[in-house]
Design a protein around this ligand. Structure first.
Ligand code: DNO
Length: 389
């Protein structure tokens, strides 16, 4: 019986959650990145090895890279993009040389994941991340004042956004701006409002098809290198899984991922199956998706969201919300038996709870909420595995 590898995201030596905490949570693998290296530059063997040594000294293993960021110029094919792609290849080679063989990345323009509220109080007193559509529209229409945005919304939506905007204090507005654009952990950039609009403007002439072409040409470059050095790539889906702020998004559904595989069938070309990101769309059938895409799933993020039918969602406890975690886990176990390998998963995000409510932690990445998530998920996995195998 093959069980999955239990991993945990660690932001490096400055993460308030220590390697020793992670060990006590029971994870064996670390998911991390060299956040101090500038986007587009090579991760040298020396820097990789340094981080690896720290992890191994704590008795853990560096299992997955999340992420080597894809430079914005690669997404738009401007400036020095060719050089950045060469650097990316070199980083893959260097990681392989150090024995690190799974690399996560995403191709979301400008922003990585996006939430309007990082401390939404749940009925039990813990705090969750939330995406509130009215607040998002208020930001876009009345704070950022994105040119062209008014034409993209109905009169009813604009009225909702106006009401939401009018009820905000200056502090509420400042907080919303920070949440939206100052960069959530993992996002490598942060901007002022003006810089942010300038970044959006770079995509004026880039529609979804162009962005998809650029993704395909990037993966066509890096996948042969990854094949050669036996590194597996894992593209992370869009979060939320649809276009926002007039930006194209091209990895929100099964069909999107299939298009990438059809264009680049290389063995290394794979997916980070993130249930929290895909799960925001009711038309993403997660239990069947994980089975159908199983041969290409190289890494898994397990997390649930709760939608309300109005475009809002919050992050639920790992076994609650809209994600059918039981059947996802069952599918996940099946693909591992079929492929005869153990695939890493990590409990993605967690509520801020208990002693963490008083601590300063990375939003979504406090210790105790993820510890709860991991404990629930490993119990679910073992329970299913014992009944089936
Ligand atoms: C959010 C994360 C993302 C993810 C990147 C992968 O919590 O899942 O920031 O790391 O999109 O490149």
């Amino acid at each position: 019986m093959i069980l999955s590898e239990q991993t945990w995201r660690w932001y490096g030596p400055n993460d308030p959650v220590s390697l020793s905490d992670i060990k006590q949570a029971g994870a064996t693998g670390i998911v991390t990145a060299l956040h101090h290296i500038k986007n587009g530059e090579v991760w040298t063997v020396e820097e990789i090895q340094k981080r690896k040594d720290i992890i191994e000294k704590a008795g853990l293993k560096w299992s997955v890279v999340e992420s080597i960021p894809v430079h914005e110029h690669i997404k738009t094919q401007e400036g020095n993009h060719k050089e950045y792609v060469e650097n990316y290849k070199q980083s893959i080679r260097n990681l392989a040389q150090c024995g690190i063989t799974i690399v996560t990345y995403n191709f979301m323009p400008v922003l990585d994941w996006t939430r309007t509220d990082l401390a939404y109080t749940m009925p039990d007193g813990s705090k969750a991340l939330r995406f509130e559509r009215a607040a998002f529209m208020a930001f876009e229409l009345f704070i950022l004042k994105r040119p062209g945005a008014m034409e993209e919304y109905s009169a009813e939506d604009i009225a909702k956004a106006q009401t939401r905007y009018d009820e905000m204090t200056q502090d509420d507005k400042d907080l919303l701006i920070r949440n939206m654009i100052a960069g959530l952990p993992g996002a490598e950039e942060s901007f002022t409002l003006e810089e942010f609009q300038a970044q959006l403007d770079r995509y004026k002439n880039i529609d979804a098809e162009t962005l998809r072409r650029n993704l395909i040409s990037f993966v066509k470059e890096i996948a042969p290198v990854a094949d050669e050095v036996e590194v597996k790539l894992a593209i992370h889906p869009d979060d939320p899984p649809y276009s926002i702020l007039g930006l194209p998004r091209i990895l929100s559904t099964e069909e999107d991922f299939n298009k990438l595989v059809e264009a680049v069938p290389n063995h290394s070309n794979g997916l980070c199956f993130c249930t929290g990101s895909f799960g925001v769309r009711a038309d993403n059938d997660l239990p069947n998706m994980i089975k159908r895409l199983g041969d290409r799933v190289n890494f898994v993020h397990l997390r649930s969201t709760q939608r309300d039918g109005e475009g809002n969602f919050y992050e639920a406890n790992h076994l609650e919300g809209d994600v059918d975690m039981y059947n996802v886990m069952k599918g996940f176990l099946e693909i591992q038996q079929k492929r005869n390998i153990s695939i890493p998963f990590r409990p993605d995000h967690g509520h801020q709870m208990i002693d963490d409510l008083e601590k300063k932690t990375n939003p979504g990445y406090s210790c105790i909420g993820r510890l709860r998530g991991l404990a629930e998920l490993r119990g679910l996995e073992l329970g299913i595995a014992r009944t089936l195998y």
